[in-house]
Design a protein around this ligand. Sequence first.
Ligand code: HEC
Ligand code: HEC
Ligand code: HEC
Ligand code: HEC
Ligand code: HEC
Ligand code: HEC
Length: 452
Amino acid sequence: MRKLNLQFFLKGAMMLSAASMIFLSGCAKDGSDGANGTNGTNGVDAVATCKLCHNPSVVDSMAVQFQLSKHEFGIAAEEEAGSTTCGPCHLHKSFIYVCKNNTPATFAKLGTDTTFTNLYYVANDAAYGKITCFTCHSSLHTTYGYSDMSSLTTTAAVPMTMWAGTQTINLTQDGGKSNLCVKCHQPRPFTKSNTGQDKNIIDYASLKNNPTDTFYSPYRANSLNVLRPSYRTHTHYGTVGAAFAGKGGIEFAGTLTYTSSKHTTDVSCQDCHMAPMTGKAGGHSFVAKGNFKSCTPCHPSVTSTSQDAAYWATPRAEIKTLLNALAAKLKVNGVEIMNRNGNTNEAVGGVNLWAGLTTNNYDGYLNIYDPVTNPLMDTYNTTSFQFIGTPSATTWTAAQIAKNATLPKLALTNAQMGAIINFQICLREYSLGIHNYKYVKALLTNSIAILP
Ligand code: HEC
Ligand code: HEC
Ligand code: HEC
Ligand code: HEC
Ligand code: HEC
Ligand code: HEC
């Protein structure tokens, strides 16, 4: 379809230039022919500059690689269309909007509001569009020269929306190109969302500094609970940016200090995710998985086709063991807080993108009964915590409501809440420490130690 459009466009452009070559003579007042004018200077041949990009080795080739990218085939852009708050990372128009307007990541009370609003949102008319070439290459079709290709939509430092801008990620290596990725691949904030609360972000510092205090309890006045945990109380999927930069976790004091591996300062997302194509990975597929060609330039022992123990198997096994150990400690009266989910079948709802990274297939969600948003829950956890709040009489069956009443109640300390956030960050960075081994190891190790 696109190819056809382009041919049509090019044909049109050529017909137009042919028409302008037909000599049009002026007509004098008395009706006799006037003197011929001088020929104008030739314009730039638009078709020639188009060809600098529109040829088999540039746009055509990248577009084919891009078919293998979840940016292209993922369906989140359709599901989130119309959402002014999900848009900044999921929708073309919204991403352009937040970059152009330098939309702040802070929270504020608007007008006469008594509660806070997360300002990282876009206008209603900017909440649609799939991620395309034009999302990252912001100057395409402006001068129609090849240089339009090289300007990226943003390379600026990224104020973290999870931290309402109090922490900033700035990966300056490789011309700051990683900041383009981090602008979207970053976690989202936890807010004081319980009834009567001010909707500002939660106090992450108090999780770290007062680990034994109660974060949530069903046994105290509800007004003291800043948020009510649910199955979906989670650090949103884009945790790679935080883990890679070595920022944004709940940094409990412990035996390990919070430093980062060399990758954080010396390697860009592009180095590993846009290396030369190998199978279905590399280039504009943006896939790193299975592409060891990206490691070879820096780690010759890792060949283009296979990993090696020191730079792959050993650190990954260690992080996997730490994730397993942290999940095993995240329990209340013997019941696991983290949700298990062995579903890898896209066709069945609730697929676990992180299946296999832990022995019990945790997905980062909480093990709180919810037959509506997590219908597969019963299949994977032996028992779950009671739903917090009033089950819906319209979407729950009577049997589900009755079952819920028999389940144990969840309560959380600050240490447990912080450890949950760290578990989610470290699980969902997906690489089992390849991104930033040192930071992930410190977050997990110190979280395990702080839990009783
Ligand atoms: C700097 C590189 C570049 C130049 C120069 C360029 N284009 Fe494009 N063009 C692109 C890219 C990238 C796309 C998107 C391809 C895709 O989505 O698969 C595109 C898409 C198109 C499309 C499809 C519709 C659309 O907008 O997505 C048409 C038509 C088109 N270009 C025409 C032209 C014409 C005519 C010229 C010259 C006057 C030109 N282009 C010059 C990069 C370029
Ligand atoms: C405009 C926001 C945005 C930018 C910029 C962006 N991404 Fe993404 N990326 C996403 C979203 C959203 C998804 C998931 C799409 C879906 O599932 O529909 C995704 C998916 C991915 C995936 C696949 C993840 C999976 O679960 O299979 C990889 C890998 C990836 N991005 C890497 C990158 C890299 C590397 C960069 C920088 C060159 C980058 N992204 C830039 C938003 C972005
Ligand atoms: C700060 C950026 C950001 C915001 C805001 C954001 N997301 Fe995402 N989301 C991402 C990224 C990045 C991914 C892909 C991460 C990956 O696969 O590693 C993602 C993945 C997802 C997925 C999983 C898609 C899949 O491949 O299965 C869903 C569903 C989703 N987001 C829904 C939402 C909803 C709903 C909102 C608004 C309430 C939202 N997101 C807001 C960054 C964001
Ligand atoms: C998620 C962001 C993103 C998307 C979407 C994207 N690109 Fe790119 N593109 C990049 C980055 C980053 C680079 C620089 C890579 C590097 O430095 O290694 C790049 C480089 C390129 C280059 C080489 C530019 C040069 O100066 O040599 C071309 C050509 C290109 N992209 C074409 C495309 C086309 C065509 C599409 C759509 C089919 C597309 N890109 C979609 C991020 C993106
Ligand atoms: C040192 C190489 C390296 C760098 C640098 C790197 N990644 Fe990765 N990344 C990987 C590897 C390897 C995997 C896949 C691990 C696997 O094979 O299971 C991965 C996985 C991912 C995934 C999940 C993909 C999926 O298939 O679900 C996303 C998203 C991602 N990286 C984004 C980024 C972003 C954004 C950056 C920059 C901030 C980045 N990565 C920097 C190597 C790297
Ligand atoms: C642009 C260079 C570069 C690329 C590409 C690169 N690395 Fe590295 N990596 C380094 C440097 C520098 C170090 C620190 C010195 C060392 O341990 O060799 C490092 C260290 C590591 C470590 C040890 C981390 C620690 O803190 O102990 C692992 C594991 C690793 N790399 C895996 C990979 C894998 C897997 C890939 C490919 C997916 C990769 N690296 C790609 C430069 C790179």
